[in-house]
Design a protein around this ligand. Structure first.
Ligand SMILES: Cc1cc2nc3c(=O)[nH]c(=O)nc-3n(C[C@H](O)[C@H](O)[C@H](O)COP(=O)(O)O)c2cc1C
Length: 329
């Protein structure tokens, strides 16, 4: 790598193979958010990046979750809140699908076969058997912490590096203590002091000065997501780009779309939903609405994940954005 910048993995369509390859080619660490991809789609995406660059690649998955039981009453409440949005888009009434998440084991098998240089995991520690298998293949492992205690637990678990995610970050809270909203630089400093592991700092890093500050706090890399949301190579949809450019919405922490706390632009949907099902049920429940909303260009039903720095996202090529994040350029 020629610059201390990692592209934050962004599942759900924003992070494309073209974006990953462009960041790697520009000297950073490109990444793929693979959590919502089927094993075949994940394999295809990794191969697409490999066809575009022989530089390093990070793949990100969600740690396997115990799927919580949900009561018929909770389902009725959650579907009732969605119903008016379905009606407005002339969709059939919302129903909970049987399959609510991808199979982590099958995704991991693809990673072991395709061998990206790095696998990072969010929402929990890397399972011990996965860690051993990854190590045996020479794939570096990164855990995600939103607090010092999570970082210490990840260090204990034997990962090679830790992403520390501050409260300004766009997208889901990546640890397992969803209410931990640290200042990015403070948390990076604490974790860099408390563990010998390399730290990737994430959350609100939008400029070369921010990247330099993260390095001064002890981070090895800055992991940047929001600054790339408007990149030419990003998969960000047209209504999503317009909402970002508009700049008036502000961000909120919401469980409305997925059942898990995430930061995104405020929408009429985030205002209207008060009884989401727990993750990953709500994510599966809202998927048809989000798909239809993207087709109909209705930004207000989309999960417009964005960090607090979104007004500084740059509508240009990814290589240009990497250059703008590189200290001393
Ligand atoms: C659109 C979007 C999708 C994201 N998806 C993931 C993901 O799949 N896995 C993950 O670990 N983090 C994900 N994140 C969080 C990022 O990894 C990272 O913590 C965050 O983008 C850093 O803060 P910033 O957005 O202020 O740059 C996502 C963030 C955004 C904006």
């Amino acid at each position: 790598m020629r610059t201390p910048v990692a592209l934050a993995p962004m599942a759900g369509g924003v992070g494309t193979p073209a974006l990953a390859a462009a960041v790697t080619r520009a000297g950073g660490l490109g990444s793929l958010g693979g959590a919502y991809l089927t094993p075949q789609a994940l394999r295809d995406a990794i191969r697409e990046v490999r066809a575009l660059t022989d530089g390093p690649l990070l793949v990100n998955l969600f740690a396997p979750q115990t799927v919580p039981a949900v009561t018929p009453d909770a389902i009725a409440l959650a579907t009732a809140e969605l119903a008016p949005f379905h009606d407005a888009l002339r969709l059939s009434p919302p129903t909970l699908p049987e399959r609510v998440q991808e199979d982590f084991g099958a995704q991991l098998d693809v990673v072991l076969e395709e061998r990206p240089e790095v696998l990072s995991v969010a929402f929990g520690p890397v399972p011990p058997d996965a860690l051993a298998a990854l190590r045996a293949r020479g794939i570096l492992t990164v855990g995600t912490a939103t607090s010092l205690s999570e970082a210490l637990a990840l260090h204990e678990s034997g990962v090679d590096a830790i992403t520390v995610q501050g409260g300004a970050a766009g997208g889901h809270r990546g640890g397992w203590q969803e209410d931990a909203l640290a200042d990015t630089l403070t948390l990076a400093r604490e974790v860099a002091r408390a563990t010998p592991l390399p730290v990737l700092a994430a959350g609100g890093l939008m400029t070369a000065d921010d990247v330099r500050s993260a390095q001064n706090a002890g981070a090895t890399l800055a992991q940047c997501g929001t600054v790339f949301l408007m990149a030419d190579e990003a998969g960000t949809s047209v209504p999503y780009r317009h909402a970002l450019q508009d700049g008036r919405r502000g961000t909120v922490l919401t469980r409305a779309y997925s059942g898990r706390a995430a930061r995104g632009l405020r929408t009429t949907f985030t205002d209207a939903v008060h009884h989401p099902l727990p993750f990953p049920h709500q994510n599966a429940l809202t998927r048809p609405l989000r798909t239809a909303g993207a087709q109909a260009r209705q930004a207000d039903v989309l999960s417009l994940w964005a960090g607090t720095g979104y007004r500084q996202a740059q509508a240009t090529g990814a290589a240009q954005i990497v250059a703008s994040l590189t200290p001393g350029n």
